[in-house]
Design a protein around this ligand. Structure first.
Ligand SMILES: O=c1[nH]cnc2c1ncn2[C@@H]1O[C@H](CO)[C@@H](O)[C@H]1O
Length: 321
């Protein structure tokens, strides 16, 4: 008998690669999307909510609830770094889509996360694709949240490589470093997929051309919005392809065996020029003195990925009509 699909909540800031990840999730029989929660990052939270509702309408899945997340960082910071230069001013490739008809539910993202984890103890996987404010708020709201949740798979960090905001810091961690440090040290089962891994997973121009030839509604939609994302990669990285950050993290939740992992304690730098840096202590040395990593819970950090299989799965699933 087939295993029951894994219940997932996607915390998202759509975002072009978020759109790909959400569609991929909806086409993955291994998982059941029980809700989307929204956060700032690629766009402001209000627009993230609008885009999440829009994407569910495109997919014909308005049965899935959307809970709006925080508009400020965990420390109530209002100076947010928004990556509209990566995704377009509307977050979805400047396509001027009609506003969605649907509305978010009354509950906040954090309250929804807490409630769902409590309702299905040990069954809900959170796939966090943006800054980690909502997840940290859920942890603050309910100390049991970390125990109730099955796993938190997060796209974030740059482990032993340069960041993409600056040499120290990756965008999702940089968006709210204090929240990220709360999440990494909360004791939940955490699986972090950083850009050290997602930079190995590229959708090429040739792949995009193949998508274009497909009649699948998701493929058709994505080809429209992908142009802006391709231009950004050309400009920033001189490459004719795009990194599949969010889809890789989503597939890590769908099928963890697509990646390999190491384990250790992760802390996040919150001050100075390295604000947003993620540092993994691999526990290979017993330090004589107490450090800020001592006694912190162990998390899993992705090290390698089967990139060809990730791209193949993404292509296959998005090209279905
Ligand atoms: O150069 C960048 N600056 C800011 N955000 C970026 C950049 N490239 C990609 N992303 C976005 O941030 C997450 C990965 O760090 C991804 O969600 C991606 O869409």
């Amino acid at each position: 008998m087939a295993a029951e699909p894994k219940k997932i909540i996607i915390d998202t800031d759509p975002g072009i690669d978020d759109a790909m990840a959400i569609f991929l999730a909806l086409r993955s029989p291994e998982v059941e999307v029980i809700g989307l929660t929204t956060i700032y990052g690629n766009v402001y939270t209000t627009l993230a909510t609008r885009n999440a509702l829009h994407l569910l309408e495109v997919a014909g899945r308005t049965d899935i609830p959307v809970a709006e997340g925080s508009h400020v960082t965990i420390t109530k910071g209002t100076k947010l770094r928004i990556a509209d230069f990566v995704h377009g001013a509307d977050g979805l490739g400047n396509q001027n889509f009609d506003p969605p008809k649907g509305k978010p539910i009354e509950q906040s993202a954090a309250a929804f996360l807490v409630e769902q984890a409590k309702l299905h103890p040990g069954k809900v996987t959170v796939v966090a694709l943006g800054p980690l404010t909502n997840i940290a708020l859920a942890i603050e709201l309910d100390p049991e949240f970390c125990k109730n949740v099955r796993q938190i798979v997060l796209l974030g960090g740059a482990f032993s490589v340069n960041g993409n905001v600056n040499p120290a810091s990756e965008a999702n961690i940089f968006g709210d470093p204090e929240a990220a440090d709360i999440v990494f040290t909360c004791g939940a089962d955490i699986l972090a997929v950083g850009i050290n891994v997602t930079h190995q997973v590229v959708l090429t121009d040739a792949d995009r051309n193949k998508l274009m030839q497909s009649n699948g509604k998701f493929a058709q939609y994505l080809c429209k919005i992908l142009e802006v994302y391709f231009s950004y990669h050309q400009e920033a990285y001189s490459m004719r392809g795009v990194y599949l950050h969010d889809p890789t993290a989503l597939l890590a939740a769908v099928n963890p065996s697509l990646l390999t992992y190491t384990e250790g304690a992760v802390r996040v730098q919150t001050t100075g020029i390295t604000r947003g840096l993620t540092l993994l202590y691999n526990k290979q040395k017993r330090f004589g003195e107490v450090t800020e990593w001592t006694d912190k819970p162990t998390v899993k950090v992705a090290v390698t990925v089967d990139a060809p299989t990730v791209v193949k799965l993404l292509m296959e699933r998005l090209m279905e009509s």
